[in-house]
Ligand binder design. Structure first.
Ligand SMILES: [Zn+2]
Length: 344
């Protein structure tokens, strides 16, 4: 469930209050105490309860050690960072929070040098370590399959070639890698349904995978899409086994014709096109052996684009301590899309 664009239960307020600018972030998390208070609320939404003796109540607090709460009953100390990516780190919470904010909100990502400079960190290694740990939270692939009941209408799936540096090898692209992708096409609920279904269409979650030259789109779909789902593919590359595997397969002979693509596979091609722009723009091409990592990072941001606080918390490792969100929360249909400066 880790890369679901869903909000943990009871924290829906956050989707409206994620800081949209650096000054707003600074106001929200001005110091260590503010970061600690946020962590505490994320771990115990209903108030502190001691992990040692289960005592419930107001713990002892220390003004010079804001990351520690002491139980008034058993005197046990609890570290707020214990189950997060920040555990065992001597770096201030505020630096971690800034890192997670920058990584989750900046489309091109951020280099360790930029990060070190912007936060005034003395050591490059500290900046590198923090970014490395935060980014590790983006490359955990999602385990749950795409598809399901409304508003997911169907899945679009297709292959594309992603490449590659072409220096010194003459014209054209080299080192191209075949990538399979699948995206949920959803309908937003409308009060007046007359002729508005198209207007209410939006992309749900995405999955992307390097499949190699002998990869099969059919095999990819069986891995990432729930059986029973309607799957639309280009009839030239999808194989015939999807129906026997329980999918409602719509196979359209598109063969790269633009108008057919726009009619039947518009979402996945938008995903592919934005993915290629992103990879070209920041990395000037990615070598094939690192491509999957970037696909995971892209999917992480894409799947959380309406829920920046969910991305922020996932990177810090806070999300693991709260309840899994419900399907209804994601697909309630009444959220306001959050505008991110992303190419999606
Ligand atoms: Zn206790």
């Amino acid at each position: 469930m880790e890369d679901d664009p869903r909000l943990p239960e009871g924290q829906a307020w956050e989707k409206h209050s994620f800081p949209r600018s650096l000054p707003a972030f600074q106001r929200m998390f001005p110091d260590e105490a503010a970061c600690a208070a946020y962590l505490e609320r994320a771990i115990w939404p209903d108030g502190f309860s001691c992990p040692f003796c289960k005592w419930i109540g107001e713990p002892y607090r220390f003004t010079n050690r804001v990351g520690i709460l002491r139980c008034r009953h058993c005197r046990g100390d609890t570290r707020l960072t214990a189950r997060t990516v920040m555990k065992d780190s001597h770096t201030p919470l505020s630096v971690w929070f800034w890192g997670a904010y920058l990584v989750s909100s900046q489309t091109p990502g951020i280099s360790a040098v930029q990060f070190q400079r912007q936060l005034g960190l003395k050591r490059y290694e500290t900046a590198f370590q923090i970014l490395h740990k935060l980014r590790a939270g983006m490359v955990r692939p999602g385990r749950d399959q795409l598809g399901g009941p409304p508003p997911v209408d169907h899945i679009e799936a297709d292959d594309t070639w992603v490449g590659g540096r072409s220096q010194g090898k003459g014209r054209g692209n080299h080192n191209l890698t075949l990538v399979s992708g699948a995206v949920e096409v959803c309908w937003r609920k409308r009060k007046s349904s007359l002729n508005q279904r198209r207007l209410g269409r939006y992309a749900g979650r995405v999955r992307l995978a390097v499949v190699g030259e002998n990869g099969s789109l059919g095999k990819f779909i069986k891995t990432v899409v729930k059986p029973g789902t309607i799957v639309v593919t280009d009839g030239w590359n999808s194989g015939d086994t999807l129906r026997t595997a329980g999918y409602q397969h719509v196979s359209v002979p598109i063969r790269g014709r633009r108008e057919e693509v726009e009619k039947y596979l518009p979402m996945i091609h938008l995903v592919f096109s934005n993915l290629k722009t992103w990879i070209r723009g920041i990395h000037h091409g990615v070598s094939p052996q690192h491509l999957q990592t970037y696909l995971d990072e892209y999917a992480f941001r894409f799947n959380r684009r309406f829920y920046p606080f969910s991305a922020f918390r996932s990177l810090l490792g806070i999300a693991s301590s709260v309840n899994a969100p419900t399907y209804a929360e994601l697909y309630s249909g009444d959220w306001e899309p959050y505008k991110v400066d992303a190419p999606f």
